[in-house]
Design a protein around this ligand. Structure first.
Ligand code: ADP
Ligand code: MG
Length: 175
């Protein structure tokens, strides 16, 4: 992970990128309760691609949300770069997500009122930082005419092809 400047949290770059231990998560209660995670332990090595595979409804999204600090498990522990995120308060989690975690949502979660470049740089704009130089080629590519189906640079993602929305979400996550 690149050095993103001063943060409250500086996860270690040695060891696994992320780790989960005995995660459990249920949605709802009573007879309608759904167990999404039941004792999941996993280690994601640094510097590699890891695929989480399973049938629809098997808990993949829940696991990724819990491991990215976007949701909290009912029990179990999660570490990102050696920092235990399940022990963090909201403010620490917010900083960690902003500075260290890139997440591409299944439904992309792009802001419809912003054009491509605005969506890509939004997390950096909120943080008051310039884009990482490695992100600039993505920004340029997806801010040019033709990135959306209407051919206008300033239209929101509602008019884009799915491939453009996924690329924009990926670029935002890499910023
Ligand atoms: N917000 C939620 N409220 C209630 N049930 C949910 C919610 N999110 C997921 N679930 C349920 O938890 C289970 C796991 O869902 P999910 O993690 O989305 O699986 P996957 O990503 O593998 O398709 C499913 O049965 C799903 O219906
Ligand atoms: Mg899913």
């Amino acid at each position: 992970m690149p050095n993103r400047g001063e943060t409250l949290i500086s996860p270690s770059v040695s060891g696994p990128a992320a780790r989960a231990e005995d995660l459990a998560k249920r949605y709802g209660s009573g007879p309608a309760a759904v167990t999404a995670l039941a004792g999941v332990s996993v280690e994601i090595p640094a510097g590699s691609f890891t695929a989480v595979m399973g049938p629809s409804g098997s808990g993949k999204s829940t696991l990724l949300h819990c491991m990215a600090g976007l949701d909290s498990p009912d029990s179990g522990r999660v570490w990102i770069g050696g920092e235990e995120i399940t022990a963090m308060v909201d403010r620490q989690l917010t900083r960690l997500r902003r500075d260290w975690v890139g997440f591409v949502f299944q439904a992309f979660n792009l802001l419809p009122v912003l054009p491509a470049a605005g969506n890509i740089t939004l997390p950096l704009d909120i943080a008051g930082r310039d884009p990482d130089p490695g992100c600039l080629p993505w920004c340029r590519r997806w801010a040019r005419p033709g990135s959306c189906r209407t051919g206008r640079t300033n239209c929101g993602p509602g008019n884009w092809a799915c491939s453009a929305r996924s690329a924009c979400a990926a670029a935002r996550s890499a910023g």
